[in-house]
Design a protein around this ligand. Structure first.
Ligand code: 6PG
Length: 484
Protein backbone atom coordinates (compact mmCIF):
# COMPACT_ATOMS: atom_id res chain seq x y z
CA UNK A 1 0.00 0.00 0.00
CA UNK A 2 1.73 3.12 -1.14
CA UNK A 3 -0.67 5.35 -3.07
CA UNK A 4 -2.52 8.14 -1.26
CA UNK A 5 -5.18 8.30 -3.98
CA UNK A 6 -6.42 6.11 -6.82
CA UNK A 7 -8.29 6.63 -10.06
CA UNK A 8 -10.65 4.06 -11.58
CA UNK A 9 -11.57 4.59 -15.23
CA UNK A 10 -8.80 5.75 -17.52
CA UNK A 11 -10.57 7.21 -20.52
CA UNK A 12 -9.35 10.70 -21.31
CA UNK A 13 -10.92 12.48 -18.30
CA UNK A 14 -9.70 9.81 -15.86
CA UNK A 15 -6.21 9.63 -17.37
CA UNK A 16 -5.85 13.38 -17.32
CA UNK A 17 -7.08 13.70 -13.74
CA UNK A 18 -4.69 10.91 -12.70
CA UNK A 19 -1.79 12.71 -14.42
CA UNK A 20 -2.78 15.98 -12.77
CA UNK A 21 -2.82 14.29 -9.34
CA UNK A 22 0.51 12.58 -9.99
CA UNK A 23 2.16 15.84 -10.98
CA UNK A 24 1.52 17.39 -7.54
CA UNK A 25 4.05 17.16 -4.74
CA UNK A 26 3.21 14.47 -2.21
CA UNK A 27 0.85 12.39 -4.33
CA UNK A 28 1.34 8.81 -5.41
CA UNK A 29 -1.46 7.70 -7.67
CA UNK A 30 -2.87 4.20 -8.13
CA UNK A 31 -4.64 3.57 -11.43
CA UNK A 32 -7.06 0.93 -12.60
CA UNK A 33 -9.14 0.41 -15.70
CA UNK A 34 -11.48 -2.45 -16.59
CA UNK A 35 -9.50 -3.25 -19.71
CA UNK A 36 -5.82 -3.44 -18.68
CA UNK A 37 -4.51 -2.35 -22.09
CA UNK A 38 -5.57 1.19 -21.35
CA UNK A 39 -3.80 1.13 -17.99
CA UNK A 40 -0.63 -0.16 -19.66
CA UNK A 41 -0.77 2.52 -22.34
CA UNK A 42 -1.16 5.28 -19.75
CA UNK A 43 1.68 3.96 -17.61
CA UNK A 44 3.97 3.48 -20.64
CA UNK A 45 3.24 6.92 -22.04
CA UNK A 46 3.72 8.67 -18.70
CA UNK A 47 6.58 7.12 -16.80
CA UNK A 48 7.15 10.50 -15.13
CA UNK A 49 3.85 10.10 -13.25
CA UNK A 50 5.10 7.13 -11.21
CA UNK A 51 1.68 5.47 -11.33
CA UNK A 52 1.04 2.31 -9.37
CA UNK A 53 -0.90 0.21 -11.87
CA UNK A 54 -3.21 -2.65 -11.02
CA UNK A 55 -4.98 -5.21 -13.16
CA UNK A 56 -7.60 -6.24 -10.61
CA UNK A 57 -9.75 -4.53 -8.00
CA UNK A 58 -8.02 -6.57 -5.28
CA UNK A 59 -4.62 -5.32 -6.35
CA UNK A 60 -5.89 -1.74 -6.77
CA UNK A 61 -7.45 -1.62 -3.31
CA UNK A 62 -4.34 -3.18 -1.77
CA UNK A 63 -2.21 -0.44 -3.35
CA UNK A 64 -4.05 2.33 -1.48
CA UNK A 65 -3.03 3.75 1.91
CA UNK A 66 -5.72 4.10 4.57
CA UNK A 67 -8.03 5.87 4.67
CA UNK A 68 -8.30 4.74 1.08
CA UNK A 69 -9.44 7.32 -1.44
CA UNK A 70 -10.51 6.33 -4.95
CA UNK A 71 -11.89 8.62 -7.63
CA UNK A 72 -14.20 6.98 -10.15
CA UNK A 73 -14.01 8.53 -13.62
CA UNK A 74 -16.31 6.39 -15.74
CA UNK A 75 -19.24 7.33 -17.95
CA UNK A 76 -22.16 8.26 -15.68
CA UNK A 77 -24.83 5.58 -15.31
CA UNK A 78 -24.76 1.85 -14.69
CA UNK A 79 -20.97 1.61 -15.00
CA UNK A 80 -20.66 3.85 -11.97
CA UNK A 81 -22.86 1.56 -9.86
CA UNK A 82 -20.77 -1.43 -10.88
CA UNK A 83 -17.50 0.22 -9.84
CA UNK A 84 -19.04 1.45 -6.58
CA UNK A 85 -20.10 -2.06 -5.64
CA UNK A 86 -16.63 -3.47 -6.44
CA UNK A 87 -15.01 -0.85 -4.22
CA UNK A 88 -17.62 -1.06 -1.46
CA UNK A 89 -17.03 -4.80 -1.21
CA UNK A 90 -13.33 -4.21 -0.57
CA UNK A 91 -13.12 -0.87 1.25
CA UNK A 92 -13.20 -0.50 5.04
CA UNK A 93 -14.98 2.01 7.27
CA UNK A 94 -13.57 5.49 6.85
CA UNK A 95 -12.47 4.92 3.24
CA UNK A 96 -13.68 7.37 0.59
CA UNK A 97 -15.24 6.70 -2.80
CA UNK A 98 -15.43 9.75 -5.07
CA UNK A 99 -17.57 9.80 -8.21
CA UNK A 100 -16.15 12.41 -10.58
CA UNK A 101 -18.55 11.65 -13.44
CA UNK A 102 -21.47 13.81 -14.58
CA UNK A 103 -23.88 11.82 -12.38
CA UNK A 104 -27.48 12.76 -11.84
CA UNK A 105 -27.60 14.13 -8.29
CA UNK A 106 -30.63 11.96 -7.46
CA UNK A 107 -28.40 8.94 -8.14
CA UNK A 108 -25.71 10.50 -5.99
CA UNK A 109 -28.13 10.93 -3.07
CA UNK A 110 -29.12 7.26 -3.40
CA UNK A 111 -25.52 6.05 -3.72
CA UNK A 112 -24.33 8.16 -0.82
CA UNK A 113 -26.92 6.65 1.52
CA UNK A 114 -26.09 3.16 0.32
CA UNK A 115 -22.31 3.57 0.61
CA UNK A 116 -22.62 5.31 3.99
CA UNK A 117 -24.57 2.31 5.32
CA UNK A 118 -21.29 0.38 4.92
CA UNK A 119 -19.43 2.93 7.02
CA UNK A 120 -17.73 4.42 3.96
CA UNK A 121 -17.80 7.95 2.59
CA UNK A 122 -19.25 8.66 -0.82
CA UNK A 123 -18.48 11.95 -2.50
CA UNK A 124 -20.32 12.93 -5.68
CA UNK A 125 -18.00 15.46 -7.26
CA UNK A 126 -18.72 17.74 -10.20
CA UNK A 127 -15.64 18.09 -12.39
CA UNK A 128 -15.67 20.83 -14.98
CA UNK A 129 -13.20 21.97 -17.56
CA UNK A 130 -13.18 19.15 -20.05
CA UNK A 131 -10.02 17.24 -20.89
CA UNK A 132 -7.74 20.22 -20.62
CA UNK A 133 -9.15 21.19 -17.23
CA UNK A 134 -8.80 17.66 -15.85
CA UNK A 135 -5.12 17.73 -16.78
CA UNK A 136 -4.12 21.25 -15.80
CA UNK A 137 -6.71 22.36 -13.29
CA UNK A 138 -10.44 21.75 -13.24
CA UNK A 139 -13.13 23.41 -11.19
CA UNK A 140 -14.21 20.83 -8.60
CA UNK A 141 -17.58 20.61 -6.87
CA UNK A 142 -17.45 17.85 -4.24
CA UNK A 143 -20.44 16.92 -2.10
CA UNK A 144 -20.51 14.24 0.62
CA UNK A 145 -19.67 14.53 4.30
CA UNK A 146 -17.62 17.37 5.74
CA UNK A 147 -15.44 14.68 7.33
CA UNK A 148 -14.48 13.21 3.97
CA UNK A 149 -13.53 16.68 2.78
CA UNK A 150 -10.90 16.87 5.53
CA UNK A 151 -8.97 14.12 3.75
CA UNK A 152 -10.00 14.98 0.22
CA UNK A 153 -9.93 18.79 0.38
CA UNK A 154 -6.16 19.22 0.68
CA UNK A 155 -5.55 16.88 -2.28
CA UNK A 156 -8.21 18.56 -4.41
CA UNK A 157 -6.84 22.01 -3.64
CA UNK A 158 -3.53 21.02 -5.21
CA UNK A 159 -5.07 19.91 -8.51
CA UNK A 160 -7.85 22.47 -8.92
CA UNK A 161 -7.58 25.50 -11.18
CA UNK A 162 -6.43 28.66 -9.41
CA UNK A 163 -8.50 31.83 -9.75
CA UNK A 164 -6.48 34.48 -11.61
CA UNK A 165 -7.53 37.23 -9.19
CA UNK A 166 -6.31 35.74 -5.91
CA UNK A 167 -4.81 32.33 -6.66
CA UNK A 168 -7.54 30.57 -4.66
CA UNK A 169 -8.09 26.95 -5.74
CA UNK A 170 -11.42 26.40 -7.48
CA UNK A 171 -12.80 23.82 -5.09
CA UNK A 172 -15.04 23.96 -2.04
CA UNK A 173 -17.10 21.52 -0.03
CA UNK A 174 -20.40 22.30 -1.71
CA UNK A 175 -22.69 20.49 0.72
CA UNK A 176 -23.70 16.99 1.77
CA UNK A 177 -24.62 14.00 -0.42
CA UNK A 178 -25.75 15.14 -3.90
CA UNK A 179 -24.98 18.87 -3.49
CA UNK A 180 -21.84 18.75 -5.63
CA UNK A 181 -23.48 17.03 -8.55
CA UNK A 182 -26.51 19.30 -8.22
CA UNK A 183 -24.33 22.38 -8.51
CA UNK A 184 -22.43 20.83 -11.44
CA UNK A 185 -25.78 20.20 -13.12
CA UNK A 186 -26.75 23.85 -12.74
CA UNK A 187 -23.30 24.83 -14.02
CA UNK A 188 -24.07 22.87 -17.16
CA UNK A 189 -27.50 24.47 -17.47
CA UNK A 190 -25.86 27.90 -17.35
CA UNK A 191 -23.31 26.62 -19.86
CA UNK A 192 -26.14 25.74 -22.25
CA UNK A 193 -27.74 29.18 -21.83
CA UNK A 194 -24.45 31.00 -22.29
CA UNK A 195 -23.65 29.02 -25.44
CA UNK A 196 -27.10 29.64 -26.90
CA UNK A 197 -26.89 33.37 -26.17
CA UNK A 198 -23.51 33.58 -27.87
CA UNK A 199 -24.88 31.64 -30.84
CA UNK A 200 -27.84 34.04 -31.12
CA UNK A 201 -25.49 37.03 -30.99
CA UNK A 202 -23.39 35.52 -33.77
CA UNK A 203 -26.46 34.76 -35.90
CA UNK A 204 -27.83 38.30 -35.58
CA UNK A 205 -24.53 39.91 -36.49
CA UNK A 206 -23.98 37.57 -39.39
CA UNK A 207 -27.46 37.95 -40.85
CA UNK A 208 -27.73 41.65 -40.11
CA UNK A 209 -24.34 42.84 -41.29
CA UNK A 210 -23.22 40.09 -43.65
CA UNK A 211 -19.85 39.96 -41.91
CA UNK A 212 -17.85 36.78 -42.39
CA UNK A 213 -17.22 34.32 -39.55
CA UNK A 214 -13.60 35.50 -39.42
CA UNK A 215 -14.72 39.11 -39.07
CA UNK A 216 -17.17 38.12 -36.36
CA UNK A 217 -14.35 36.24 -34.66
CA UNK A 218 -12.57 39.57 -34.33
CA UNK A 219 -15.67 41.10 -32.75
CA UNK A 220 -15.84 38.31 -30.16
CA UNK A 221 -12.12 38.62 -29.50
CA UNK A 222 -12.66 42.33 -28.83
CA UNK A 223 -15.62 41.60 -26.55
CA UNK A 224 -13.37 39.22 -24.67
CA UNK A 225 -11.30 42.14 -23.43
CA UNK A 226 -14.28 43.69 -21.61
CA UNK A 227 -17.04 42.76 -19.18
CA UNK A 228 -17.97 39.72 -21.30
CA UNK A 229 -14.51 38.20 -20.90
CA UNK A 230 -14.99 34.46 -20.58
CA UNK A 231 -13.79 31.12 -21.82
CA UNK A 232 -16.88 30.60 -23.99
CA UNK A 233 -16.46 33.96 -25.75
CA UNK A 234 -12.77 33.21 -26.26
CA UNK A 235 -13.37 29.79 -27.85
CA UNK A 236 -16.20 31.21 -29.96
CA UNK A 237 -13.66 33.46 -31.68
CA UNK A 238 -11.41 30.45 -32.24
CA UNK A 239 -14.20 28.35 -33.72
CA UNK A 240 -15.37 31.17 -36.01
CA UNK A 241 -11.84 31.73 -37.28
CA UNK A 242 -11.30 28.07 -38.18
CA UNK A 243 -11.19 27.27 -41.90
CA UNK A 244 -12.16 23.83 -43.16
CA UNK A 245 -9.15 22.20 -44.80
CA UNK A 246 -11.26 20.15 -47.22
CA UNK A 247 -13.40 22.93 -48.68
CA UNK A 248 -11.62 26.15 -47.73
CA UNK A 249 -14.91 27.35 -46.23
CA UNK A 250 -15.28 28.63 -42.66
CA UNK A 251 -15.61 25.46 -40.56
CA UNK A 252 -18.80 26.80 -38.94
CA UNK A 253 -20.42 26.74 -42.41
CA UNK A 254 -19.74 23.07 -43.02
CA UNK A 255 -20.67 21.77 -39.56
CA UNK A 256 -24.20 20.30 -39.55
CA UNK A 257 -26.45 22.69 -37.63
CA UNK A 258 -27.93 20.08 -35.28
CA UNK A 259 -26.74 20.50 -31.69
CA UNK A 260 -26.16 17.46 -29.52
CA UNK A 261 -26.69 17.14 -25.78
CA UNK A 262 -25.82 14.54 -23.21
CA UNK A 263 -28.55 15.33 -20.72
CA UNK A 264 -27.26 17.60 -17.99
CA UNK A 265 -28.96 20.67 -19.46
CA UNK A 266 -32.25 18.82 -19.62
CA UNK A 267 -31.81 17.70 -15.99
CA UNK A 268 -31.34 21.31 -14.95
CA UNK A 269 -34.67 22.17 -16.51
CA UNK A 270 -36.47 19.04 -15.27
CA UNK A 271 -35.42 19.82 -11.72
CA UNK A 272 -36.23 23.49 -12.14
CA UNK A 273 -39.75 22.47 -13.13
CA UNK A 274 -39.99 20.21 -10.08
CA UNK A 275 -38.71 22.98 -7.84
CA UNK A 276 -40.93 25.61 -9.48
CA UNK A 277 -37.96 27.78 -10.48
CA UNK A 278 -38.36 29.73 -13.75
CA UNK A 279 -35.06 28.94 -15.46
CA UNK A 280 -36.55 30.00 -18.76
CA UNK A 281 -33.29 31.01 -20.45
CA UNK A 282 -31.74 27.63 -19.69
CA UNK A 283 -34.91 25.87 -20.84
CA UNK A 284 -34.91 27.77 -24.14
CA UNK A 285 -31.28 26.84 -24.66
CA UNK A 286 -32.07 23.15 -24.17
CA UNK A 287 -35.09 23.38 -26.48
CA UNK A 288 -33.13 25.29 -29.12
CA UNK A 289 -30.77 22.31 -29.32
CA UNK A 290 -33.76 19.94 -29.61
CA UNK A 291 -35.30 22.06 -32.37
CA UNK A 292 -32.03 22.17 -34.29
CA UNK A 293 -32.00 18.38 -34.35
CA UNK A 294 -35.57 17.98 -35.65
CA UNK A 295 -34.45 17.48 -39.23
CA UNK A 296 -37.77 16.34 -40.71
CA UNK A 297 -39.79 19.14 -39.12
CA UNK A 298 -37.24 21.73 -40.16
CA UNK A 299 -37.23 20.50 -43.72
CA UNK A 300 -41.03 20.45 -43.88
CA UNK A 301 -41.16 23.98 -42.43
CA UNK A 302 -38.50 25.55 -44.60
CA UNK A 303 -40.98 27.34 -46.85
CA UNK A 304 -43.37 28.55 -44.15
CA UNK A 305 -43.96 32.28 -44.56
CA UNK A 306 -41.64 34.73 -42.88
CA UNK A 307 -41.28 38.53 -42.94
CA UNK A 308 -42.11 40.04 -46.33
CA UNK A 309 -38.91 42.04 -46.53
CA UNK A 310 -35.36 40.90 -46.11
CA UNK A 311 -33.59 42.58 -43.20
CA UNK A 312 -30.14 44.08 -43.21
CA UNK A 313 -28.39 46.67 -41.13
CA UNK A 314 -27.19 49.70 -43.06
CA UNK A 315 -23.37 49.78 -43.12
CA UNK A 316 -23.27 53.06 -41.20
CA UNK A 317 -25.40 51.52 -38.44
CA UNK A 318 -23.44 48.28 -38.16
CA UNK A 319 -21.23 49.33 -35.25
CA UNK A 320 -24.16 50.58 -33.21
CA UNK A 321 -26.07 47.39 -33.93
CA UNK A 322 -23.14 45.22 -32.88
CA UNK A 323 -22.85 47.19 -29.65
CA UNK A 324 -26.58 46.64 -29.04
CA UNK A 325 -26.07 42.92 -29.50
CA UNK A 326 -23.14 42.95 -27.07
CA UNK A 327 -25.25 44.63 -24.43
CA UNK A 328 -28.19 42.31 -25.05
CA UNK A 329 -25.82 39.41 -24.60
CA UNK A 330 -24.50 40.77 -21.32
CA UNK A 331 -27.98 41.45 -19.92
CA UNK A 332 -29.25 38.02 -20.98
CA UNK A 333 -26.19 36.39 -19.49
CA UNK A 334 -26.89 38.05 -16.16
CA UNK A 335 -30.41 36.59 -16.32
CA UNK A 336 -29.06 33.10 -17.08
CA UNK A 337 -26.81 33.20 -14.02
CA UNK A 338 -29.53 34.75 -11.91
CA UNK A 339 -31.86 31.90 -12.86
CA UNK A 340 -29.15 29.31 -12.25
CA UNK A 341 -28.39 30.64 -8.77
CA UNK A 342 -32.12 30.75 -8.10
CA UNK A 343 -32.21 27.02 -8.79
CA UNK A 344 -29.27 26.47 -6.46
CA UNK A 345 -31.09 28.36 -3.70
CA UNK A 346 -34.28 26.31 -4.18
CA UNK A 347 -32.41 23.02 -4.51
CA UNK A 348 -30.47 23.73 -1.32
CA UNK A 349 -33.72 24.42 0.50
CA UNK A 350 -35.46 21.34 -0.90
CA UNK A 351 -32.63 18.90 -0.28
CA UNK A 352 -31.29 20.36 2.95
CA UNK A 353 -27.94 21.66 1.75
CA UNK A 354 -26.12 24.62 3.16
CA UNK A 355 -24.66 26.03 -0.04
CA UNK A 356 -22.58 29.19 0.03
CA UNK A 357 -23.50 30.94 -3.24
CA UNK A 358 -20.51 33.28 -3.10
CA UNK A 359 -18.19 30.27 -2.82
CA UNK A 360 -19.85 28.66 -5.84
CA UNK A 361 -19.28 31.82 -7.88
CA UNK A 362 -15.64 31.81 -6.73
CA UNK A 363 -14.94 28.21 -7.69
CA UNK A 364 -16.37 28.88 -11.14
CA UNK A 365 -13.87 31.67 -11.76
CA UNK A 366 -11.32 29.32 -13.30
CA UNK A 367 -11.08 25.80 -14.66
CA UNK A 368 -14.70 25.34 -15.67
CA UNK A 369 -16.47 25.91 -18.96
CA UNK A 370 -18.47 28.92 -17.72
CA UNK A 371 -15.45 30.68 -16.23
CA UNK A 372 -15.87 34.38 -16.72
CA UNK A 373 -14.65 37.64 -15.35
CA UNK A 374 -18.09 38.62 -14.10
CA UNK A 375 -18.19 35.71 -11.63
CA UNK A 376 -16.18 38.03 -9.39
CA UNK A 377 -19.15 40.40 -9.44
CA UNK A 378 -21.46 37.52 -8.46
CA UNK A 379 -19.17 36.54 -5.59
CA UNK A 380 -19.16 40.17 -4.42
CA UNK A 381 -22.94 40.41 -4.66
CA UNK A 382 -23.35 37.41 -2.36
CA UNK A 383 -20.59 38.65 -0.04
CA UNK A 384 -22.47 41.95 0.32
CA UNK A 385 -25.78 40.20 0.88
CA UNK A 386 -25.72 36.43 1.50
CA UNK A 387 -29.52 36.30 1.45
CA UNK A 388 -29.87 38.13 -1.86
CA UNK A 389 -33.24 37.03 -3.35
CA UNK A 390 -32.11 37.33 -6.97
CA UNK A 391 -28.86 38.34 -8.60
CA UNK A 392 -30.62 40.79 -10.90
CA UNK A 393 -31.47 43.02 -7.95
CA UNK A 394 -27.89 43.26 -6.64
CA UNK A 395 -26.74 46.86 -7.23
CA UNK A 396 -23.99 45.96 -9.69
CA UNK A 397 -26.26 43.86 -11.89
CA UNK A 398 -29.12 46.25 -11.61
CA UNK A 399 -26.85 48.98 -12.97
CA UNK A 400 -25.46 46.69 -15.66
CA UNK A 401 -28.93 45.89 -16.92
CA UNK A 402 -29.97 49.52 -16.65
CA UNK A 403 -27.16 50.33 -19.06
CA UNK A 404 -28.06 47.49 -21.40
CA UNK A 405 -31.81 47.24 -21.42
CA UNK A 406 -32.58 49.69 -24.22
CA UNK A 407 -30.18 47.82 -26.48
CA UNK A 408 -31.63 44.51 -25.33
CA UNK A 409 -35.15 45.61 -26.26
CA UNK A 410 -34.04 46.88 -29.66
CA UNK A 411 -32.29 43.62 -30.44
CA UNK A 412 -35.31 41.49 -29.48
CA UNK A 413 -37.59 43.75 -31.54
CA UNK A 414 -35.31 43.60 -34.53
CA UNK A 415 -34.97 39.83 -34.28
CA UNK A 416 -38.76 39.37 -34.12
CA UNK A 417 -39.26 41.68 -37.08
CA UNK A 418 -36.55 40.00 -39.09
CA UNK A 419 -37.76 36.50 -38.32
CA UNK A 420 -34.49 35.47 -36.67
CA UNK A 421 -35.00 33.09 -33.76
CA UNK A 422 -33.58 34.45 -30.51
CA UNK A 423 -35.30 32.26 -27.91
CA UNK A 424 -32.73 32.90 -25.20
CA UNK A 425 -32.49 36.69 -25.71
CA UNK A 426 -36.28 37.00 -25.90
CA UNK A 427 -37.16 34.76 -22.98
CA UNK A 428 -34.56 36.41 -20.76
CA UNK A 429 -36.08 39.79 -21.50
CA UNK A 430 -39.58 38.46 -20.84
CA UNK A 431 -38.36 37.04 -17.52
CA UNK A 432 -36.83 40.37 -16.58
CA UNK A 433 -40.01 42.24 -17.44
CA UNK A 434 -42.05 39.62 -15.63
CA UNK A 435 -40.07 40.13 -12.45
CA UNK A 436 -40.35 43.90 -12.81
CA UNK A 437 -44.09 44.00 -13.45
CA UNK A 438 -46.16 45.65 -10.74
CA UNK A 439 -49.17 43.62 -11.81
CA UNK A 440 -49.10 40.37 -13.77
CA UNK A 441 -51.99 38.81 -15.67
CA UNK A 442 -51.64 35.90 -13.24
CA UNK A 443 -54.70 37.47 -11.60
CA UNK A 444 -56.72 36.51 -14.67
CA UNK A 445 -55.34 32.98 -14.57
CA UNK A 446 -56.47 32.68 -10.96
CA UNK A 447 -59.94 33.85 -12.07
CA UNK A 448 -60.02 31.25 -14.83
CA UNK A 449 -58.90 28.51 -12.47
CA UNK A 450 -61.55 29.48 -10.00
CA UNK A 451 -64.17 29.54 -12.76
CA UNK A 452 -63.65 26.05 -14.11
CA UNK A 453 -62.32 24.22 -11.10
CA UNK A 454 -63.18 26.21 -7.96
CA UNK A 455 -59.45 26.45 -7.38
CA UNK A 456 -59.97 29.60 -5.25
CA UNK A 457 -57.96 32.83 -5.14
CA UNK A 458 -56.62 35.32 -2.68
CA UNK A 459 -57.41 39.03 -2.75
CA UNK A 460 -55.14 42.05 -2.67
CA UNK A 461 -57.22 43.85 -0.06
CA UNK A 462 -57.90 41.25 2.66
CA UNK A 463 -56.62 37.95 4.01
CA UNK A 464 -58.35 34.70 3.35
CA UNK A 465 -59.19 32.40 0.47
CA UNK A 466 -62.12 33.13 -1.83
CA UNK A 467 -64.30 31.55 -4.48
CA UNK A 468 -66.87 33.10 -6.75
CA UNK A 469 -70.04 31.05 -7.28
CA UNK A 470 -69.59 31.14 -11.04
CA UNK A 471 -72.39 28.74 -11.86
CA UNK A 472 -74.70 30.24 -9.23
CA UNK A 473 -75.43 33.88 -8.51
CA UNK A 474 -71.77 34.88 -8.88
CA UNK A 475 -71.41 36.16 -5.38
CA UNK A 476 -68.09 35.63 -3.63
CA UNK A 477 -67.71 33.36 -0.64
CA UNK A 478 -64.83 32.92 1.76
CA UNK A 479 -63.69 29.34 1.68
CA UNK A 480 -60.92 26.83 2.43
CA UNK A 481 -57.89 26.67 0.12
CA UNK A 482 -58.59 24.22 -2.68
CA UNK A 483 -56.69 20.94 -2.52
CA UNK A 484 -56.72 20.33 -6.25
C1 6PG B 1 -17.71 20.70 -18.25
C2 6PG B 1 -18.75 20.42 -19.27
C3 6PG B 1 -18.85 18.96 -19.60
C4 6PG B 1 -19.69 18.72 -20.84
C5 6PG B 1 -21.15 18.55 -20.49
C6 6PG B 1 -22.14 19.08 -21.48
O1 6PG B 1 -18.08 21.34 -17.29
O2 6PG B 1 -16.56 20.31 -18.42
O3 6PG B 1 -19.99 20.85 -18.80
O4 6PG B 1 -19.27 18.31 -18.46
O5 6PG B 1 -19.48 19.72 -21.73
O6 6PG B 1 -21.34 17.17 -20.35
O7 6PG B 1 -22.12 18.30 -22.62
P1 6PG B 1 -23.28 18.28 -23.70
O8 6PG B 1 -23.25 19.58 -24.39
O9 6PG B 1 -22.85 17.15 -24.57
O10 6PG B 1 -24.57 17.99 -22.99
Amino acid sequence: ASANIGVVGLAVMGSNLARNLASREGNTVAVFNRSPERTRTLVDEHPEAGFIASESYDEFVASLQKPRTAVIMVQAGKGTDAVISELTARFEPGDIIVDGGNANFHDTIRREAEVRSHGLHFVGMGVSGGEEGALNGPSLMPGGTAESYETLGPILRTIAAKAPEDGEPCVTHVGTDGAGHFVKMVHNGIEYADMQLIAEAYDLIRQGTGKSPAEIADIFAAWNTGELESYLIEITAEVLRQVDAATGEPLVDVILDAAGAKGTGAWTVQNALDLGVPTSGIAEAVFARSLSSKAAQREASADLPGPAEAWTVAPEDADAFIEDVRRALYASKIIAYSQGFDEIISGAEQFGWNIDKGEIAKIWRAGCIIRARFLNRIAEAYADDPSLVALVVAPYFRDAIAGAQESWRRVVQIAAGAGIPTPAFSSSLAYYDGLRAKRLPAALIQGQRDFFGAHTYRRIDKDGVFHTLWSGDRTEIETEPSWH
